[in-house]
Design a protein around this ligand. Structure first.
Ligand SMILES: [Zn+2]
Ligand SMILES: [Zn+2]
Ligand SMILES: [Zn+2]
Length: 360
């Protein structure tokens, strides 16, 4: 069975039903052969992009399709995908299939499923199996972010893609099945429900006040008790309503709706900040397990000038139980003000730079 997106008729949430995902290799079980290590390139699907040493032949960052995708990639790019949409039985244009889907009404189908078409890529961040974001050279992390942006832009330009989700699972509690440093990208035919909630709240705030809610928050958090780190381009803080202990958001100072707006100097500046944040999070027990999630404006042609992209760093030190599943609320046992204080205390003196820190 191909991967399929199913909509729950009651909550409206989407589930990607992908039977192949269960066959994912798990390092420990499979005897430790790592498909992302140099020399094992033939264990991965063909390379989609790579960044290499200037005069050498070795790769530094490598992008491949996920062997067990949550969304099915289409070889041949957008046009091949268009054919697939057209070939699907009993559906019209993809517009109607994915995007003009009627809200649930009395005469509508309760069960709605569409092919999970999109892309699911792995960005292998470094040839070294054991390097972390804290030990990676800043310049190399900068190259990783450059790869993120290149792949983001590639998919954002695809008219069938509505949202590009970049994320990183790190550590055993994060859902990562391989420990080799890597991040992932999924190109989705739909805007995730969680992002829609943020978009509509940001839009409401903006139309009521004329301001960007995120710009306001950046100004408010700077110098406040939840600030973790700031440099000339970014502010990192534990959000006011942190869901889990040590949750940290990284927000650009300059108002920019989507990740593609980031300039090369800002990208380098972000690398420096992420490296410092990784080092401080790794000092917290269990802090090496985290999910890092990009929230950015959709690429569906809509107007999102009011939105402001950011990264959400979610430590995975606990698991959601009945209370969380039942209410959608989280119980956070470490107040964000205390979390920020502790994260700050683990930053080296050199990292505690003010807004006028020079770019490297
Ligand atoms: Zn490896
Ligand atoms: Zn803003
Ligand atoms: Zn967000």
């Amino acid at each position: 069975m191909e991967a399929e997106l199913r909509r729950d008729p009651f909550s409206g949430t989407w589930v990607s039903v992908a039977a192949g995902r269960a066959r994912r290799p798990v390092e420990a079980r499979d005897g430790g052969e790592c498909p992302f290590c140099p020399g094992n390139e033939d264990m991965t699907p063909p390379e989609l992009a790579s960044w290499r040493e200037e005069r050498g032949r070795h790769w530094l960052v490598r992008v491949v399709d996920n062997l067990f995708p949550a969304l099915v990639p289409r070889a041949g790019g957008p046009s091949a995908r268009e054919e697939l949409y057209d070939a699907m039985p009993a559906v019209g244009a993809h517009e109607q299939l994915y995007h003009a889907m009627p809200a649930l009404g009395p005469h509508e189908e309760l069960y709605h499923a569409v092919p999970a078409v999109g892309a699911h890529e792995v960005i292998v961040e470094h040839p070294d199996h054991h390097v972390t974001w804290a030990s990676m050279e800043e310049q190399h992390l900068s190259l990783v972010l450059k790869a993120w942006q290149a792949r983001y832009r590639y998919h954002a330009g695809d008219p069938l893609v509505r949202y590009v989700q970049l994320f990183r699972n790190s550590g055993p509690a994060s859902g990562a099945s391989l420990s080799h440093p890597h991040s992932q990208l999924v190109a989705l035919p739909l805007i995730p429900l969680s992002l829609e909630a943020e978009l509509s709240r940001a839009a409401r705030y903006s139309s009521a006040t004329g301001n960007c809610a995120y710009c306001k928050v950046v100004a408010r958090e700077e110098g406040g008790p939840r600030l973790v780190l700031a440099n000339g381009d970014f502010v990192a803080f534990c959000p006011f309503a942190s869901r889990v202990p040590y949750e940290t958001w990284v927000v650009p100072r300059r108002h920019q709706p989507e990740f593609g707006c980031l300039t090369p100097p800002e990208l380098a500046s972000l690398a420096g900040m992420l490296r410092a944040l990784a080092a401080s999070h790794f000092e917290i027990p269990g802090g090496t397990s985290f999910n890092l999630i990009l929230h950015t404006a959709p690429c569906d042609g809509g107007s999102y000038a009011h939105y402001h992209w950011h990264l959400e760093w979610i430590p995975r030190t606990g698991t959601a139980g009945g209370f969380e599943w039942g209410t959608g609320w989280f119980i956070n046992t470490v107040p964000p003000e205390a979390a920020a204080r502790r994260l700050r205390s683990h930053l080296g003196a050199s990292e505690l730079a003010g807004p006028d820190r020079e770019h490297s």
